[in-house]
Design a protein around this ligand. Structure first.
Ligand SMILES: Cc1ncc(COP(=O)(O)O)c(C=O)c1O
Length: 452
């Protein structure tokens, strides 16, 4: 299983070999947030092989305690038996039929029963499918063009919100306007400046930017968001893609007090099976039906069966409470270890989705070293992205994680650093990566998002 202290350094030979092959046939080799250069090149696995509970194994046979949960989808643990049995039973009857199955209706009924403001639901595959559709619904309802969003918030890869820089036109964001999270005056000013033109305000429940600390909403901000949308006749769209069903069993708006008109869910919805959902109010149902919505695989029954099972378990076993307790225990222990080794750490965000970094580390370079050291000890964390606790993590797993982090911090305190910008595959100085255009920033992106 996982290597013990004092064992040989992890071997990533297969990961690197696969990356070389990938770079020849795939733009960037590995693209998106899992690209090596966005993590700690050379010091982390690049390719996974299998997962079980709160652990996964990479293609080299290294096993890790997973604090990233597949970047969010894995809420109950990899390969949860009840979820997989439900998905397998649906899959055994066929996939992607000419029609939806009864599961579509059952799942819409389950979500509308569970989420207090929801009268209807639709389903896609990815979060971005439906954050994009939701802003179109807001435009259809109001007949207005403008969308207000938090600066630095991620809502997907569509042109109006991608954090990337390639392939964009200035007009893609002509009607997108940004404000700083929790800045009530800034939000009021945007609504005033675009009076009569704002279709919707899209918010994440709390601010969870990459490359920065998470920020919880102030009660004043939540109240202002609710009030301003009501006063200006704009729709409040809650992008609950990352947080939904991790912080509460019935949508994260109930945790912070938002009154959304539309909410989008994805990651934890089906414990790793591809599915997203958007729910809304009866008064917007007719307008929603006029915004075209479909996809080749969107009626596939297996993920819907997985979602029904996942939602049942999340409520039955009060998973959000468990995640919060497990996360708190982990974060408390982790911060204490930082103190013990003289490496002050900062934790932000709800404990179920913690982001822990080294303090006084604006470039996040030391945080990258911490992640590399943790990975070397068999704990997978990310230097620039919040983590995700899984319900498969037991108290014993937390203890084991802390023992491993103890060793990682001890090494860091002793000056042990992991080479990461040499010519390792996927690093910015890697010739192969450059040829395939996969050169990416290692630290904070230097260029602000182009927005109106
Ligand atoms: C808050 C938020 N919204 C939208 C998305 C986009 O979801 P997807 O990658 O499934 O399209 C993400 C993905 O990380 C997200 O975290």
């Amino acid at each position: 299983m996982v290597k013990k202290s004092g064992s040989a350094p992890l071997n990533f030979t297969q990961s690197h070999a696969l990356f070389r092959r990938a770079a020849a046939v795939i733009p960037g080799g590995i693209y998106g947030h899992t690209a090596p250069a966005a993590t700690v090149p050379g010091a982390v696995p690049y390719f996974a092989a299998e997962g079980f509970g709160c652990r996964y194994r990479d293609v080299d046979g290294n096993t890790f305690i997973d604090l990233m949960g597949g970047y969010g989808p894995i809420v109950l643990g990899y390969h949860h038996p009840e979820v997989e049995a439900a998905a397998d039973a649906a899959r055994a009857r066929g996939a992607a039929f000419n029609h939806p199955t009864a599961l579509l209706v059952e799942l819409a009924e389950a979500l509308t029963a569970r989420i207090d403001f929801a009268d209807w639901a639709v389903f896609g595959k990815n979060g971005a499918d439906l954050t994009n559709w939701a802003i179109m619904v807001a435009r259809e309802v109001t007949g207005r063009p403008k969308i207000l969003k938090i600066a630095g918030a991620y809502h997907g890869t569509q042109a109006w919100c991608t954090p990337g820089h390639g392939g964009l036109l200035p007009e893609d964001r002509a009607h997108i306007h940004e404000f700083a999270f929790n800045d009530v005056a800034g939000l009021e000013a945007l609504f005033a400046r675009h009076r009569g033109a704002v279709a919707g305000l899209i918010l994440t429940p709390f601010h969870h930017p990459a490359y920065d600390d998470s920020v919880l909403p102030t009660p004043e901000f939540v109240a202002a968001a609710n009030r301003l949308c009501r006063e200006h006749g704009a729709l409040l769209i809650l992008d609950d893609v990352r947080c939904g069903f991790r912080l509460s069993t019935d949508g994260s708006h109930t945790v912070y007090g938002y009154t959304p008109d539309l909410a989008v869910y994805c990651k934890a919805l089906a414990n790793g099976h591809p599915l997203s959902a958007c729910v809304g109010r009866a008064e917007h149902q007719a307008a929603a039906s006029r915004v075209f919505l479909t996809g080749s695989y969107w009626n596939d029954p297996a993920p819907m069966a997985a979602a029904l099972a996942t939602l049942t378990i999340i409520a039955r076993d009060n998973i959000p409470q468990k995640l919060a307790a497990t996360g708190q225990r982990l974060v408390d222990g982790w911060l204490a270890l930082g103190k013990k080794h003289g490496i002050p750490l900062i934790a932000s965000g709800p404990p179920a989705m913690p982001y822990v970094r080294v303090a006084d580390d604006p470039s996040l370079l030391r945080t990258q070293h911490l992640c590399a050291a943790a990975v070397a000890e068999g704990v997978f964390i990310h230097p620039h992205h919040n983590g995700f606790i899984s319900a498969a993590m037991t108290a014993a797993d937390v203890d084991e994680t802390l023992e491993r982090l103890d060793r990682a911090l001890a090494k860091l305190a002793a000056g042990g650093q992991v080479a990461q910008t040499s010519s390792l595959p996927g690093s910015p100085s890697d010739a192969g990566a450059k040829q395939t255009g996969s050169l990416r920033y290692l630290r904070k992106p230097p260029v602000p998002l182009p927005c109106a």
